[in-house]
Ligand binder design. Structure first.
Ligand SMILES: Nc1ncnc2c1ncn2[C@@H]1O[C@H](COP(=O)(O)OP(=O)(O)OP(=O)(O)O)[C@@H](O)[C@H]1O
Length: 319
């Protein structure tokens, strides 16, 4: 039985401009023990899907189950299986950290939870803040408490909705270390949404990409990466690229990035650039990463290993 099962989930919002289909029949399963990434640009529907999973929002159609429990008809059992770390920081400012965690334990009917609360405080770098009032904590510390709160009832499925948005490197590392350890040692299932693709690449075994409410990719991270061109040629220029290169380039300010499978292709691109009279500097070749795949998938380009179509065929040069 999957840990989480989304079956044909749809969600429509009534807006002043008519009905908005935020989710259009999303189906996929997450198996117990997986570290699963849900990626997509702003507005793709990630938070909507997670809100439905957490029982905070009702799907317009379809079913969501957590370890077999339907999130609507069997809400309490489904919710007990889930530890949800939301995007927003919402707290009762009158309690201290330990009290906050004890109260949260109480919501799940758990008494005498201090040993686990201590472990959470320790693991999340909050041990010296146990007695601090919530309103005295910095944003980053509050976020740590939010994670502890989500985990207080030892849920088998941990859901993290952009947990590292705007948080510092230290907290990111603490968080990932702690969550990875739960995933490895307790077999916890993790569902993560993030805009930091290098985090998803490092942590997630499998990834689903959402675009405008639809799943457009669902694969093992390693398979997604192998779909990317193996290298990226990066350089800076103040000039316009010739049209054939511009069609496949990713341009950010002066920085141009082009997929290049091998040394021969790098040479071809540079020859083309020279021929077009485009002056370049800071030339670099790097390995393609998840961001390259993500941009390929989101632009609708087929993320295959096919060489760049617009390049004229030339003799293969030995690497
Ligand atoms: N309560 C609502 N009423 C109307 N439209 C909504 C509501 N909540 C979300 N939407 C719309 O549904 C779509 C999906 O939004 P959602 O927040 O799920 O995307 P997301 O992938 O989580 O984006 P982000 O990365 O920005 O958090 C968007 O077009 C959004 O404007």
């Amino acid at each position: 039985m999957p840990a989480v099962s989304f079956q044909n989930v749809s969600k429509n919002y009534a807006t002043p401009r008519g009905e908005l289909q935020a989710l259009k029949g999303v189906s996929f399963d997450i198996q117990a023990g997986e570290f699963f990434g849900l990626l997509g640009p702003n507005g793709a529907g990630k938070t909507t899907l997670i809100s439905i999973l957490a029982g905070l929002s009702r799907a317009s159609g379809g079913h969501v189950r957590v370890h077999g429990h339907d999130v609507v008809s069997d809400f309490a059992a489904a919710r007990r299986q889930l530890g949800v770390v939301p995007q927003e920081l919402v707290f009762d400012p009158f309690f201290n950290v330990r009290e906050t965690l004890r109260i949260q334990s109480g919501y799940f009917g758990i008494k005498g939870n201090d040993a686990w609360i201590d472990e959470l405080l320790e693991g999340l770098g909050l041990a010296d803040k146990a007695g601090a009032n919530m309103r005295q904590l910095s944003g980053g510390m509050k976020r740590r408490v939010l994670v502890a709160q989500a985990l207080v009832h030892k849920p088998p499925v941990i859901v993290l909705d952009e947990p590292t948005a705007g948080v510092d490197v230290e907290l990111r590392q603490t968080l990932w270390q702690f969550v990875s350890q739960l995933n490895k040692t307790q077999g916890s299932t993790v569902l993560l949404t993030t805009h930091y693709l290098e985090e998803a690449e490092a942590l997630c075994g499998r990834i689903a990409m959402l675009k405008k409410g639809e799943v457009v990719a669902l694969e093992k991270t390693s398979d997604l990466l192998s779909r990317a061109s193996s290298n990226v040629l990066r350089f800076k220029t103040d000039h316009n690229l010739p049209a054939d290169l511009a069609a496949v380039a990713r341009v950010t300010g002066r920085v141009v990035q082009l997929p290049a499978h091998n040394a021969a292709e790098v040479e071809r691109i540079l020859a083309r650039v020279r021929e077009a009279g485009v002056a370049v500097d800071d030339i670099e070749i790097r390995k393609a990463d998840l961001e390259d795949v993500f941009l390929d998938v989101m632009s609708g380009a087929s993320a295959t290993t096919a060489p760049m179509a617009p390049m004229p065929p030339t003799e293969e040069v030995a690497p």
